[in-house]
Ligand binder design. Sequence first.
Ligand SMILES: Cc1ncc(COP(=O)(O)O)c(C=O)c1O
Length: 386
Amino acid sequence: MGTRPLLNRRLAGMGTTVFAEMSALATATGSINLGQGFPDTDGPEEVREAAVRALREGRGNQYPPGPGVPELRTAIAEHQQRFHGLAYDPDSEVLVTAGATEAIAATLLALLEPGDEVIAFEPFYDSYAACIAMAGATRVPLTLRAPSFRPDLDELRSLITPRTRLLLINTPHNPTGTVLTSEELAAIAELAVEHDLLVATDEVYEHLVFGAAHHPIAALPGMRGRTVSISSAGKTFSFTGWKVGWVTASPDLVAAVRTAKQYLTYVSAGPFQYAVAEALRLPDTYFDTLRADLLRKRDLLVDGLTAAGFRAFTPEGTYFVTTDITPLGEKDGIEFCRALPGRCGVVAIPNAVFYDDVEAGRSLVRFTFCKKDEVLQEAVARLRRL
Ligand SMILES: Cc1ncc(COP(=O)(O)O)c(C=O)c1O
């Protein structure tokens, strides 16, 4: 095959994700896996039953319509109205995708040209860097720094150049748990309008907020026509394996994203789309209980990590806690996470893998709390042996 590397240069260096390495370590060592963010309890029984019914009744077993089944598109539009006061037309302004992951990929592949710059908060969710690279664009990180992990808006302004095409934001933010305030979002929106930028906003943790309120940037003045809002059912309904996600945006943005999406998967998750349509219409008590349960788990893990000697940064949203390992006499999160399963039978993720500026994340380590209380209690007891 000659000397040319098989993997193209856009993806060079983006080998196996750290999640795969750490999850394999968890299995090999029988450790408690607080690395990858997936719940150890499935979502609501009635939603599972809705999927079974759809399968049995032959709804979605063959290719569903490219934009998603009308029942789900309508439910997504209703959900945007019910929780955020945003009106979207289910036919022209909603697109169903294979999880938020495909929505991110299709958005970036559709809207970017080689040479464009994309400003994104780092630490980044790992698919952002890969999709920006696949689009041939350049990522420009705005680093969220400990201990507050809030964006420096003057720095954001200074990063905008004539090549900037898109701002990629994520609120609530994985892995820091930062939830952007309405003031921060207003400042970001003003910059987007002033410089005529597109905005893609990843809101998969929109319902997982504790105290802080989630505000969609699409609701702000001047933003409706330039914003692609992305969310998914995985986190909200604890069915991460179903991979049902969606985009809401103006008709021209949805048409652009759909053009890229149709050549990625075309369609996916037929019967699950009907089930997610039912899930989105669950009563408020479902969403309130989800939040209350996760708040209890957050506090259990934050208190336990603090007692074990970590500096834990209490998240306002998501189901992750970022910690600093410096108080434990440790410096390097990657080394620490590789050794942790052997030392005490727990797996975590080093935040350094989410940064270009590796120094900014070197001593930070992320744990998830979307696990049963008894699993978190056992993990905390193990970590106290450190
Ligand atoms: C910030 C963020 N965006 C997107 C995703 C992926 O969502 P989905 O499973 O719907 O593709 C995740 C999953 O961890 C995430 O943390």
